[in-house]
Every structure is written in structure tokens, then in C-alpha cells.
Design a protein around this ligand. Structure first.
Ligand code: SAH
Length: 400
């Protein structure tokens, strides 16, 4: 294993178990490194700090362990076992009516750069670092051993998540086994998962609990699911007894998928309709709350847009985007309606998001009460030493 020396004093955040070494902290590299190599990180005078994966970029090392240990098959087995045990302990895994959950959430499971989502007996694995890409086969084998009969196949999907992908030559495909079954079960509802072309690992597993909350509030309601993608919220709203559900997404593929998923759970049910349209255009086409048109009466609206801020520098612009979107929706919502509004931008804090929604309420001149403050579910844990892992936030508002 090669060694990386840190500049004097640059081990401070690592002593507090923060799992990243920034490139500016690196003083010297012992020998020639290849991207994805496992390295030992030591202080300027050579005392051990951590072991991790090295990569070119602002994060130079993602720490795998603060102990001086080998990163081998047994190591991956221990980490994956610990991740799986946690999901079993909280009852997300091993349930008969739910086979969909996140098994590994990067830093939150002490495995920076690795994401694994489970869909029934298939795991979809994503590398966000070159080191995890290099180790993919060993990780998949260790996962199979940990999960035993609960796992039949592992699909690797990292084409869009890795830097320098051309040079790595990876492609999406099965590493272990294979299956033609593309249907996953979440809380008893069924969803087509598009591993090959879908966003993330094919499904937004992180909204499971929030979808259940929508279900609870849907009885008799006219629901608008904006940015619907797979139609997750729509299907839950229908099971909850919604009177009508409209799903909107700018992508025709997403609209087709939402329709297919509604059909899978509620064949021939005419309560649902999906529209391929831009969110702002669609909201503009709804008459304002003060008129008596029947279109004004969506009384439960979900806004779950893509991350508006992918980087720190985009924060100001993103906050404006959230404000505009929420104001536009609030203007159109009738008195006594519910708004579920989300941000999945990691760079936007809970406080910033809440402030954006506050500004929206002011602009729309609406009286608004916060009923719930939502976040990512327990299978997307936050490493206490890595607060950056907190990314999903939501508010449920009562619009007077
Ligand atoms: N709510 C979804 C996830 C949303 S992902 C779920 O629970 O699974 C974000 C979606 O927003 C994507 O499907 C993308 O196609 C869509 N989108 C992006 N920009 C949009 C726009 N301007 N108007 C409408 N949809 C948009």
C-alpha cells in the first residue's frame, strides 16, 4: 500500500473522523499512484491516520477505515454485514411486503463512494468513486456471501456516476446472476424499475416514508404529483383513496413509466392521468385560487423537483428556483389544501430551504402552517462525523 503524507495540522478533521482528505491537505505522495488505489494516510511526521481510496479531484482520499487494516474481502464483508444488520434491525429488510430499500448509503454506512439499493433479490450497485469501481467484483462477492439466499443478482450501474469514465471502460451490466424481472415491491405496491436507463439506481428509494405520509392524507383528495418520475407518490395517493391524481413530468419517458406503474397496481382505474409538461407551464395553466374553476381545486400538491443546486456555487440560484416554484404552486392552491414540498439538493441546508418556502408564502400572500418536517428515511443514515450526508428535506404545509 502506498503512503500519502499530510501537511502539518491537516489531520485535524480526520481525527474527528471526517471521512474526506481534500487535495490541498496532501503534502507528498510516496511513489506513483493510480486512481482508485488504496492508500495509507499519515501525518507529516509519519504517524498513521487512515486508510482510503485515492482519486484525482478536490476530494483526494475517501476514508474507508481509521484503523490500520487491510482492505480485503473480509473488510468488505464486515462493512456490508453491518449495513445489512442495521436494515434488518429496523425492519426495512427481511419484510414480506417490502423488498425495496437502500442497503449502503456511502459515508452513512462508512463506505464513501458506494451506493447499493436492493429491489427484491436484485441489488443495484453504484460506484461514485474510482476506488469503489476498482473493487466492484470483490464487493459484489462479499455482498452475496452476507445476504445469502436473499440475493440472487447484482447489477452494476456506474456509467453516469464516475469521473473519467472513458478511461475506466466500465459499463452497466450484471456482475452476479441476472434477472428479467423488473418489478420491485415497496410497502405492498409494485413498481417497474429501469436499472438500465433509469435515474439513480432506477427508483427514488428515499421517498418511501414520505410516500406513505401522502397516502395517509389522500382520502377523497384531488392530488397533483409534480415531477412524478416513476409515479411513486401517485400510486400511494391512489391507494390512499384519492378522488383524482394528476402526474406531471417534463420527460415523456417518466410519464410513460408513471402510467405503467399506476396500471400495474390499479388496472383500468380512470382516476389517474399523466401529463408530459414543464412544471412551471403546467402550474401557469391552472387558474388562480381566487377563481371558481374546477381546475383550481387540487387539494394535495407534491413538489419533488430534481436537485436545483448540484454544487455550492449554484446555491443562490437554486434558492430562487425553490422560491419561485413554491410561490407559483401556493398561488394556485385553494384554502384548506396541503402542500408536500421537497429539496434533495445536498448543498441547500434545511434552514435555507425553509427560508425559500417562507419567502414563497410571503410572495403568494398565503397563510401557511408547517405540519411536518420531513427528511431522508432510516435506510439513508447520516454519519454523525459527516453532516454533508444529510440531503433530503421536505415540509408539509397547510395552506389557509
Ligand atoms: N418524485 C419522484 C422523483 C423526482 S426526480 C419520485 O418520487 O420518484 C425529478 C423529475 O423531475 C425527473 O423525472 C425529471 O424528468 C423531472 N423534471 C425535471 N425538470 C422538470 C421540469 N421543469 N418540469 C417538470 N418535470 C421536470
Amino acid at each position: 500500500m502506498k503512503t500519502i503524507y499530510l501537511n502539518k495540522g491537516k489531520d485535524e478533521s480526520l481525527r474527528r473522523y471526517h471521512p474526506w482528505v481534500f487535495s490541498g491537505a496532501v503534502k507528498q505522495i510516496d511513489g506513483k499512484l493510480n486512481e482508485g488505489d488504496t492508500v495509507r494516510v499519515v501525518t507529516s511526521d509519519g504517524s498513521f491516520v487512515a486508510v482510503g481510496h485515492w482519486q484525482i479531484g478536490s476530494i483526494a482520499v475517501r476514508v474507508l477505515s481509521f484503523m490500520d487494516e487491510a482492505i480485503d474481502y473480509a473488510f468488505w464483508g464486515r462493512r456490508l454485514r453491518s449495513a445489512y444488520d442495521m436494515r434488518l434491525a429496523i425492519g426495512v429488510a427481511g419484510k414480506s411486503n417490502n423488498g425495496t430499500y437502500r442497503l449502503v448509503h456511502g459515508e452513512g454506512d462508512n463506505l464513501p463512494g458506494l451506493v447499493i439499493d436492493v429491489y427484491g433479490k436484485t441489488a443495484v450497485m453504484q460506484a461514485h468513486s474510482v476506488g469503489m469501481h476498482v473493487c466492484r467484483q470483490t464487493i459484489a462477492q462479499a455482498l452475496k456471501e452476507v445476504m445469502g439466499d436473499a440475493l440472487e443478482s447484482v447489477y452494476y450501474k456506474s456509467e453516469t456516476t464516475l469521473p473519467f469514465k472513458a478511461e475506466l471502460g466500465q459499463e452497466n451490466g450484471f456482475i452476479i446472476g441476472s434477472t428479467l424481472d423488473d418489478v420491485a415491491v415497496e410497502n405492498g405496491l409494485r413498481f417497474h424499475i429501469d436499472w438500465l436507463r433509469g435515474q439513480k439506481t432506477g427508483f427514488f428509494v428515499d421517498q418511501r416514508d414520505n410516500r406513505s405520509l401522502v397516502e395517509q392524507y389522500s382520502k377523497g383528495k384531488k392530488v397533483l404529483n409534480m415531477f412524478c418520475y416513476t409515479g411513486g407518490f401517485s400510486v400511494y395517493a391512489m391507494r390512499g383513496g384519492a378522488q383524482l391524481v394528476h402526474s406531471v413530468d417534463s420527460s415523456q419517458k417518466a410519464v410513460d413509466l408513471a402510467n405503467a406503474n399506476v396500471e400495474l397496481n390499479f388496472p383500468g382505474d380512470s382516476r389517474h392521468q399523466a401529463f408530459a409538461e414543464d412544471a412551471f407551464k403546467f402550474l401557469d395553466s391552472i387558474p388562480s385560487a381566487s377563481t371558481t374553476s374546477p381546475l383550481t381545486s387540487y387539494d394535495l400538491v407534491i413538489l419533488d423537483p430534481p436537485a436545483f443546486a448540484k454544487h455550492r456555487d449554484a446555491v443562490r440560484h437554486a434558492i430562487k428556483g425553490y422560491t419561485k416554484l413554491n410561490a407559483r404552486a401556493m398561488e394556485k392552491m385553494p384554502s384548506g389544501s396541503l402542500l408536500f414540498t421537497f429539496s434533495c439538493s445536498q448543498a441547500i441546508s434545511k434552514e435555507q430551504f425553509r427560508m425559500a418556502v417562507f419567502t414563497a408564502a410571503t410572495l403568494a400572500k398565503r397563510n401557511v402552517r408547517i405540519l411536518h418536517q420531513l427528511h431522508q428515511p432510516a435506510d439513508h443514515p447520516v454519519n454523525i462525523y459527516h453532516p454533508e450526508g444529510e440531503y433530503l428535506k421536505g415540509l408539509v404545509l397547510y395552506i389557509e
